[in-house]
Design a protein around this ligand. Structure first.
Ligand SMILES: [Zn+2]
Length: 469
């Protein structure tokens, strides 16, 4: 009876809450007050690759401890979560996760916008191009890497990056920026293509303005198509970027928005903080952190644009979590109620850069002092570093543990994990993303908002090529 009373009482209370919920409950504080039932004119989809729920806490706590800022730029736009499993694994890779977000199809790990049978399926950039929208992809990985590839190509294996590059230039995309120059140049010109094609020359002939450095990007004319290839492979981690000629992710994003802003039929821009994921794979806390903050700056650029424009949907969502990041961990078998952001502020290089210095002959103790601000090592740590010398993987693990022990940041995997990832949205159509959804839902919801039909664009026979224009 008491049980029943409590149950009924709670149910009644729940109904009462629903009836009396103020509008503010249904609309996160960060949302604009203009009418939100309209369809967006433009879409900016920002993907922090490998950014899990713990990554948000991690970056926010760091800001609170070191800068006096209390929120990430997109915190107040948090409206839901995305489930990430692929068709053949509870733990997705970026190719299957990206294909789900771009096409609405669950597929196998490694697939680039083909379904689980290998059939090409239309993606959102094709849908946008078919509607006459202008499109752009801005990333910090190779532009031929999994996430940008699913928005620009169809291949059965993500490793086919030379083929992906060819398809990307045929896709009618107006702006392509990232790394990956090696897949656009033949051997003879310093690239890796074995078919002898020089896609940089082909792109120029097709009307792309091609740039390879931050200064060339700055000077580039603001109209026409743009191909920015700023590194042979991936662009640098943000923490190492000062040693390069590469632009910041936010600079590339602002440049893209500048070019896209005049689009007569609207635009679709995908921006990826690609290397948040790579730092997770390396269990490199400081590189993970700085790439998150660089991504946050790009989100701020997108939100600034959307707030002044009023017609732009900004959607921020990760494809999966990487590394099993934990803010708080055991030390010597003891659980500890602390984690310390401050030691990460002293780290000025990625673990990869530190490993390269050690492999090139620098003393590990010296590298840790100059690049991580760690002056004294415990005897076991010195011993572990000595034993790892000559073995990059073991050096990565040793450095990660040394830094993790001091900050009490932990990692449980060198791969991805299955945890749901967060969704953030702002602008016309944002309500469509409230709640917990399969990743495939995102593509369907975006297609609906753009009044596009992904199925109609998908050819019935796999021998038919998808034509976006
Ligand atoms: Zn990914």
């Amino acid at each position: 009876m008491l049980d029943r009373l409590m149950r009924d009482g709670l149910a009644g209370l729940f109904v009462l809450c629903l009836l009396t919920a103020p509008p503010a409950l249904a609309q996160p504080a960060g949302q604009s007050t203009h009418t939100t039932t309209q369809a967006p004119e433009n879409v900016i989809l920002l993907i922090p690759d490998g950014f899990g729920p713990a990554s948000a806490t991690f970056a926010r706590d760091y800001l609170r401890a070191t800068s006096g800022r209390f929120e990430l730029a997109f915190d107040s736009l948090h409206i839901g979560s995305t489930r990430t499993a692929s068709s053949d694994s509870r733990i997705t890779d970026s190719a299957a996760a990206g294909t789900a977000l771009a096409t609405g199809h669950k597929t196998y790990n490694g697939a680039i916008s083909v379904d689980s049978t290998g059939r090409p399926v239309a993606h959102l950039v094709e849908a946008a191009e078919a509607r006459g929208m202008t499109t752009g992809l801005v990333v910090t990985s190779r532009i031929t890497h999994a996430t940008p590839a699913v928005f620009s190509a169809h291949v059965r294996d993500r490793g086919e990056e030379d083929r992906i590059a060819v398809q990307q230039l045929d896709a009618g995309i107006e702006i392509l920026m990232g790394g990956g120059l090696r897949h656009f140049l033949p051997d003879a010109s310093g690239g890796q293509r074995t078919d002898g094609r020089n896609l940089v020359d082909e792109a120029t002939e097709a009307g792309y303005h091609v740039v390879r450095s931050a200064s060339a990007l700055k000077q580039a004319p603001r109209e026409g198509a743009l191909l920015g290839l700023f590194a042979d492979s991936h662009m640098a981690y943000e923490i190492d970027r000062a040693q390069t000629q590469q632009p910041r992710l936010a600079t590339m994003t602002r440049h893209a928005l500048d070019r896209l802003s005049g689009s007569e039929n609207g635009f679709f821009l995908m921006v990826e903080g690609s290397r948040i994921d790579h730092a997770g794979h390396s269990n490199d806390a400081a590189a993970h952190l700085q790439d998150i903050l660089a991504f946050e700056e790009a989100v701020t650029a997108a939100l600034d644009y959307a707030r002044s424009d009023g017609e732009t949907l900004v959607l921020v969502l990760s494809d999966h979590e990487t590394g099993g990041l934990s803010v708080g961990r055991n030390r010597d078998g003891e659980g500890i109620y602390e984690w310390h952001p401050a030691p990460l502020a002293k780290v000025t290089a990625s673990q990869g850069a530190m490993v390269r210095s050690i492999m090139d002959g620098s003393e590990p103790e010296r590298v840790l002092a100059t690049s991580a601000g760690i002056d004294s090592l415990r005897a076991e740590e010195t011993e572990r570093l000595r034993a790892a010398t000559g073995n990059p993987r073991a050096l990565h693990a040793a450095l990660s543990e040394i830094i993790g022990r001091r900050s009490l940041v932990g990692w449980t995997s060198l791969a991805h994990t299955a945890v749901d990832v967060s969704t953030y949205a702002y602008g016309p159509g944002w309500e469509a993303f409230i709640g917990s959804h399969e990743n495939t839902y995102i593509a369907h919801a975006l297609a609906r908002l753009l009044d596009a039909d992904l199925e109609a664009l998908t050819p019935r026979s796999e021998t038919t090529e998808i034509r976006s224009r």
